[in-house]
Design a protein around this ligand. Structure first.
Ligand code: PAF
Length: 283
């Protein structure tokens, strides 16, 4: 495995590998089992696996969150190698955003402006869209791998790649969960044992909604009430429980088609998101 730090070196490393397929796993480091699941999927599908590690300041709308984001490059590089990554692309801020950088890739409409886009501000998905466009153009992969936990990010990137005719397949891997059901996230490391126990209200609320839908409840408001009952037990600061179309993020009032149930909440100082898809069959 090699580690490269510039776009020029990444392109040079990939030049001789272009005969085979290339899979890209974009990350911000602080790798956990969820990232390694993406690497394993990329490894199974491709001749070459590239992982990018870059804590993208442009997508952080809170300075404190950016400052607290774990940076563990040495460990990440070792884990990447063990998981079968061929090339790690770990640029610094100057490489990604050199002096004079003045371009923003911005997806508009419900898909980018609601839920995470509304809570974190426009700059969040603009930052994600811009950096992922740069990563895709730098690596020119056949496929790029993302986790279903970031469902809105995936929907924004699907819109972006469709609108700009970017020739890449977006592969979405199921949310990786700890044994207790909590969705894996680099931010979980910041939870105290008590906060972690309370955070379990989030996956439990999603399960309660899934069960209620399976029992025949279709009205999103009634399903939302089920979620709120469970979330109240966690004593967490809820930001939203939303029932939306998984592609457009328009609200779904009646669950008569596949519907994304998305939750965001703060547990102590840590902001967590999670989601599940339910349909009229409740699964
Ligand atoms: O999901 C993430 O870790 C980031 O949003 C991504 C896709 C690596 C862009 O910085």
């Amino acid at each position: 495995m090699i580690v490269v730090r510039t776009v020029a070196d990444l392109r040079a490393a990939l030049r001789e590998r272009r005969g085979g397929s290339i899979g890209l796993v974009p990350t911000m480091g602080a790798l956990h089992e969820g990232h390694l699941t993406l690497v394993r999927a990329a490894r199974a599908d491709n001749d070459t696996v590239v992982m990018s590690i870059f804590v993208n300041p442009a997508q952080f709308t809170e300075q404190a969150d950016l400052a607290a984001y774990p940076r563990t490059e040495e460990r990440d590089v070792a884990l990447a190698e063990e998981a079968g990554v061929d090339v790690v692309f770990a640029p610094d801020g100057g490489e990604m955003y050199p002096d004079g950088f003045s371009t923003t890739v911005s997806v508009t409409g419900s898909v980018a402006e609601t839920l995470e886009g509304a809570q974190r501000g426009r700059a969040h998905f603009d930052g994600v869209a811009t950096v992922v466009t740069k990563l895709l153009l730098a690596a020119l992969p056949d496929a790029a791998y993302f986790g279903a936990k970031d469902a809105q990010q995936v929907a924004v990137l699907r819109r972006l790649t469709a609108d700009l005719n970017v020739p890449v397949e977006l592969v979405v891997c199921p949310t990786s969960r700890d044994d207790d059901g909590l969705a894996r996230s680099s931010r979980n490391a910041r939870l105290s044992p008590d906060e972690r126990a309370r955070a379990l209200a989030i996956p439990r609320a999603l399960q309660a909604v899934t069960d209620a839908a399976a029992s025949g409840i279709r009205d999103s408001r009634a399903l939302r009430d089920r979620a709120l009952d469970v979330l109240a037990q966690g004593m967490i600061a809820l930001e939203y429980v939303a029932f939306v179309d998984p592609e457009t993020f328009e609200p779904v009032p009646q669950v008569d088609r596949p519907t994304l149930v998305a939750i965001a909440a703060r547990v102590g100082a840590t902001r967590l998101i999670d989601n599940t898809v339910i349909d009229a069959g409740g699964s």
